[in-house]
Design a protein around this ligand. Sequence first.
Ligand code: ADP
Length: 263
Amino acid sequence: MTPDEPPPAPTIADLQRAKASAEAANEAKTRYLVAVSHEIRSPLNVIYGYAQLLERDDAMSGAEAGTIIRRSAEHVTNLVEGLLEISRIESGVMTIRSDIVDIRSLLDQVVDMFRAQAAAKGLDLTLVVADRLPDQVKADEKRLRQILINLVSNAIKYTQTGGVTLSVRYRSQVADIAVSDTGIGIAPDDLERVFAPFDRGSSAEAQLQPGIGLGLAITRVLANVLGGDLGVTSTPGVGSVFRFRVMLPTPASVPRAVTPGAR
Ligand code: ADP
């Protein structure tokens, strides 16, 4: 084909394929919007209901109703933030930072955040760190923290006895981060489903816990955005291990511009 020649006209089959794929994308978007609208409606109904009770000045105290309203409003906020996070990631608007992270301190902070919650459920919460872990690594600190928080938070939520362990091994610039628990576990058929947005799996026991099924979807996308991968192995009734493997180079190993004379 010479540069002046017009491109070949699309065939009927090409047009049909393009139409089918646009329709599939539209259907997926519609399903997504229906799920979101449904999820937003239920906490909003709670807010309306309690606000009406307050208006009528019923038996319930203002403080009690206020707490319920605030929790429901938080639920909506989390939902909307989760969706924004997913759309930011999907549209590639999210910039990935390369912070110098004191990794040991980050791990301690995450575990400390959950100490009270684990203790309240009588669970052990343990941090196991490899000797070889460097003092500093390069990573997007906020996103890394979010991944760890989501995994530890789920492990505690879905565990009733025993405990949760956050362990980190480090070799050749690669960190193997595992969050293991002795919780309800995940059925083999659900192992991939739980990473899909709004999918909470099929376990009736899991549905007893509050949730909207966005945490793992966000966590997996974030793990990928940071260049790592996230997977799970689990035995129902015994426990689960979520593994996040990611390259976390030490600052010294990242090549820098060479200053003349300095070597
Ligand atoms: P949510 O907790 O809001 O439902 P997630 O996306 O974080 O959303 O998790 C999706 C589903 O995966 C949960 O509903 C639960 O069924 C299952 N799940 C996640 N973490 C665990 C875990 N540590 N142990 C057992 N099941 C889990």
